[in-house]
Design a binder for this molecule. Sequence first.
Ligand SMILES: [Zn+2]
Length: 414
Amino acid sequence: MISKEHIIKRFVSYVTIDTESDPNSNTTPSTKKQWDLAIKLTEELKSIGMSDVSIDENAYIMATLPSNVEHDVPTIGFISHFDTSPDFTGANVKPQIIEEYNGKDIVLNREENIVLSPDYFEDLLQYKGQTLISTDGNTLLGADDKAGICEIVSAMEYLINHPEIKHGTIRVGFTPDEEIGRGAHKFDVKKFGADWAYTMDGSQIGELEYENFNAASAVVKIKGKIVHPGYAKGKMVNSMYIANEFINSLPRMETPEHTDEYQGFFHLHDMEGNVEETTLQYIIRDHDKKHFKARKEVMLNLTDELNSQYGREVITTEIKDQYFNMREKIEPVMHIVDIAEAAMKAVDVEPIIKAIRGGTDGSQLSYMGLPCPNIFAGGHNFHGRYEYVPVESMIKATEVICKIAELTALNSKT
Ligand SMILES: [Zn+2]
């Protein structure tokens, strides 16, 4: 239905604009350069014929495709982000097009011997015969999430050019700064005005997600006492040893490297210390709300225990919630997942429904009143030089968007 060349051209026009976000910036968008693509996108949305195209002072873009039916249909939205991860450079992206992928190694960079190999990335083999877009080995690609934007724009364009496909009002939203966890922060849910939406921000073809972690961060500060080591007997308190005790009192197997699927964890991601003071930085993750709460209590109880053992407050633990499992907000409106699943099947995509071991903008949006499951955008190996996306997956995602629009209108017919 949609030509490969058209998709490739659009996608390349996005990824060759650097939009890396910056966690150390306090502005929105976090980097000025995100405006370059944001402005281009608003122009493009206007040029394909979208209505109410707007961009606010924080570079959040919204647009409308008006309904083309008489009956009432819920307003649905499609959302993606135009920033790329600060984990790897997004400057001077030079996309490589590999036609009819033969299932062998893809040399990204001959001089530096950087190879995208199915020996290591087995997922490649499911795309034999397809057209892949990769990097030249020096940058990330930015399919996360410019593939999502490309799919949404292409689907809107397709629906505009094919008025015989009946749909209700569709809203489109593009955000900055998702990669630094702020994509949803300044999203005006009321202005967006959709009954529900989908982020097009998943990975491989078929992914459909409505469960994610409950997430908190914990900062554990341990106070010691420095005394001249030659005269320290009975006086010195070495905070690093107490930190060690704290670390070893948490279950060693409940860490990211020992868990998968629905298993939660404590993750010590940073420690810094000397005799006088040691700081441990943890993140706590669990899909299950009760287990999540229990994990936080384990840390606080351990803090109390060690404090009473040392007879004074040597440890302070500060826990902050970050985001919650969207499942709670999606379950009452499960039909929105069912529609996405039916849409995938209707365009011959096998749905892969699984829990995200992380968060999405959709989880924040769901708690802000906009239920928002996540759908595949098609890419693999995000945030690095091995990132790639099959063009066929982008076309399927575009078809899924069109089909969701169509089914939503069909389902609400009385
Ligand atoms: Zn993303």
